[in-house]
Every structure is written in structure tokens, then in C-alpha cells.
Design a protein around this ligand. Sequence first.
Ligand code: UFG
Length: 326
Amino acid sequence: MKILIVGGAGYIGSHMVKQLAKAGNDVITLDNLSYGYRDAVKYGEFVEGDLGDNEVLDAIFQPGDIDAVMHFAGFIQVGESVTNPSMYYLNNVVNTHTLLDAMLRHNIKNFIFSSTAAIFGEPEYTPIDEKHQKQPINPYGHSKLMIEQILDDYDTAYGLRSTCLRYFNAAGADPDGELGERHVPETHLIPLILQAASGRRADIKIFGDDYPTQDGTCVRDYIHINDLCEAHSLALHRMIEKDQSARYNLGNGKGFSVTEVIDIAKEVSGNDFKVTIEPRRDGDPAVLVADASLAKQELNWQPEFAELKDIVKTAWDWEINFLSKQ
Ligand code: UFG
């Protein structure tokens, strides 16, 4: 297949590009490099440009040989979405709408969308399945849910098939050591902890130890980046084969508290580091764990990295590799 990866220079997109190319697909990355890195695109063709730019999109779609589009170019910082919602609605909603309409102009009808656990808002129960009510509590979650709504309507009206994958906490790095997480600024727990473990950061701050969980810190469901990408590949094949849209929650189905993640990181790295307790961060639900049974059942998907220790090990190798290049 020939697949366009929008945001292929970012963390998840770059791993997806590699996996699809290794499986023999023809891959094109479109990325404006606002957060991505040119050197993270190790396979296929690269186009520098914006997903909201019709001229760029028409030029990519013109040859008429693209089978599917995967979209990883959303903005992802919850806090920033609260202080600057305009930025989120422009990039995550308006620009995605532009991309979808460009696809329709060129009769491309297969779309895989990076959605998020944030569309569910404060959990009513855990683990969270696809039927859970969807009431986002921040503009980031709203922006992703709006696209899911647009995609439902585009399926009905235009036959544009889509699969929305609601990620819980994507983590880890390419086991070959070629790719990893490089967010600037970094806000995610595991890379921050590992930066503390390697000495790149003075300490790790725990945002709240008074949650109603076993040790008072927030519980999350960490899923390895390659397992996440594998679910995309399986979802794409099923969507094309069945000519059907779908929505899946993706996680390991097992929750780990912030304190447990820190302990695992100490064990994996063999290093001790300073841990401080800070007030709660706004908008953090106490527990977010996925019920991924639908994806397992319909996609025949089975995460390979079931143990958090193994996920953290790949991220630690990436951190060490990064340090060695400084
Ligand atoms: N945390 C800390 N200290 C830190 C960073 C994070 O204690 O320095 C805590 C957070 O408060 C949270 C947990 O670690 O309880 C995980 O935080 P992350 O920022 O790594 O991940 P989130 O669960 O907040 O975010 C993930 C995705 C987002 C998505 C969100 C949906 O990374 O893109 O889930 O709820 F929006």
C-alpha cells in the first residue's frame, strides 16, 4: 500500500513510518517540523509542509496512488490547550478538516486517526471501554472528540472510512535504538523520570500524592509505542477489508501509579534520584486504564510489551543513547 503519514517526524509517527516501511509499504511523511525532527524520518519520502495547506495536500494526492492516510500531527499538551484553545482548535480541528476535505477531493477514503483517552473526561468507571460516556474536560480532549464526530458524519455522507484509536499512555522507544521520544518541552512522566535517572534533570516531581489510589499517586496505563503502531497496521487492514469505520481504546489494561513507575525506572536504570512531591496538576484524573478487549478481539491485536519494566527499558536505552551523543 501507499500510505501518507501526517506527523511522521514526531514520536508516534516516526515509529509508524518505520513499521510500515519494514512491512513493505510505500510511505510518505508530511510534517511541518514544528515539533517533529527531520532525522526521525528514516524511511520513505519526506515532504515538509503543513496539513492545513491545500496546495501541499493537492500536490501529494494528485498522482492518485495513495491508499490511506494516518494522522499523527495533533497538538498534545493538555495544559497548553486550556490556556491557548485557539491553537488547539486551529491545528487539531480546522487543519484536520482541511486534510479530510483534500482526501475527499482526491477520492481517498481510508483514514486512521490518533485519538485519545482524553475524550472520555473524568472516568465513571475503569477500565474504560468504548461505550464509556465521552465528556472531555479540556480543549485538547474536545478537539479530538470533534474530529471523531466529523468522521462519523463523513462516513455516513461521503463513505470516508475511519478508524479512531484512543491512546492511553504511549511510552517506550524503538527496540532497535533508532527512534525514541524527543518532545520539547517534555511533559510525559517516563522520559522525565529517565532524565532524572541519567542526571539530565535534578529531580522528578510527583504531581499529587493525595489521589484516591493505592499510594495516593495517579494511575495510568502505559502501552509500548510498537504495540500501538501494530494496532494501527491491523486496524488499517481490517478497515479496508471490511469497508467499515471503527473506534478502539488502546492500552495494556493494567494500571501503574506514578510511584510504581518511579520504582521501576530506578530498578531498570540502576540509578537513584531525587523525588519531590508537588501539588496536583490541573485536569489529571486519578485513574486512566483502558479496556482494550474490542481491539484484541476484532483486530487480533496482542501487545508484545505486556510488562512495564520492558517498556521502560527501551526508553532507558534511548535516554542513554541520547546522552552518549551530547
Ligand atoms: N506526572 C508527574 N510528574 C511529571 C509528569 C507527570 O507526577 O513530571 C504524572 C501526571 O500527573 C500523571 C502521570 O504522571 O498523573 C502521567 O502523566 P503524563 O503527562 O505522562 O501523561 P497523561 O496521562 O497526563 O497524558 C496522556 C497523554 C496525553 C493525553 C492524556 C489523556 O500523554 O497526550 O493522556 O488524558 F492527553
